[in-house]
Design a protein around this ligand. Structure first.
Ligand SMILES: [Fe+2]
Ligand SMILES: [Fe+2]
Length: 245
């Protein structure tokens, strides 16, 4: 299929994020939510972000042709077990490493600058809540949903009957995980608003800018993480389950 035919404003942001190389990078730059807001069409997302749709289409096209696609696997077609291993080994590990580091950093920055920059206390509170919720969220994925999807795929490949899940259907935990992703996405937006898009004030020290850099890197990784789950893993798992019944 010609590349131009895949970039249409009527496609959803999630579809474009999966199908068009470099699209997630361009969406990050444009401030278009491609993970939790992946079910909206590009036209709707642009209207919400107040960006002309022509600009987004041009950026997607330019990103596609001007820069080499990011190296990586084609997760649309790779085994779900491999995708799950990738999510756990990269994104879950990253969340677990970064949460305590950022919390400690925030504590330090609050102790020095909290009096003159009270918004830092809000940053600390919102991030602390997000970190706590993510800890439980990752555990639910790793202990309940992901092992079931791996077992289901093994059964489908072996042409064996799919074991009935204790949660009725994968649609149920998928719905719950997506709701939790929405909550995490809202927290990221709140952090961006509180910090004025992570603008370090003139009197900010090195720790201050390190904290804001770490929060931005955390945001970018969580966007990619939620994108892989909401737009690739979950729809594929739901489709596999309905095909196996
Ligand atoms: Fe996850
Ligand atoms: Fe998740």
């Amino acid at each position: 299929m010609p590349v131009e035919a895949t970039i249409e404003a009527t496609k959803t942001v999630g579809e474009l994020a999966v199908e068009v190389p470099n699209a997630t990078r361009e969406f990050e730059k444009l401030g278009i939510d491609y993970c939790c807001g992946g079910s909206r069409t590009l036209g709707e997302a642009c209207a919400e972000a107040k960006i002309p749709v022509e600009e987004a289409l041009a950026r997607l096209q330019k990103g596609l042709t001007a820069t080499p696609p990011e190296p990586g696997r084609d997760w649309k077609n790779a085994p779900l077990g491999d995708l799950i291993a990738h999510i756990c080994n990269t994104h879950h590990v990253f969340v677990r490493q970064e949460c305590p580091r950022i919390e400690k950093l925030a504590e330090k920055v609050v102790s020095v600058h909290g009096a003159s920059h009270p918004e830092l206390l809000q940053v600390q509170e919102v991030f602390g809540e997000l970190a706590g919720e993510l800890g439980v969220h990752l555990m639910k994925e790793e202990q309940v949903l992901f092992p079931y999807v791996v077992r289901m795929e093994e059964a489908v490949i072996a042409r064996e009957p799919v074991p009935p899940p204790m949660f009725g259907t994968v649609v149920n935990p998928v719905r719950m995980m997506m709701q939790e992703h929405d909550g995490a996405g809202d927290a990221l937006k709140k952090l961006r608003a509180i910090t004025g898009n992570y603008a370090v004030p003139a009197d900010g020290c090195v720790s201050y800018s390190t904290l804001y850099e770490a929060l931005q890197a955390f945001e970018a990784d969580l966007h990619q993480h939620i994108h892989l789950e909401n737009n690739v893993l979950f729809p594929r798992a739901v489709a596999m389950e309905s095909g196996a019944q």
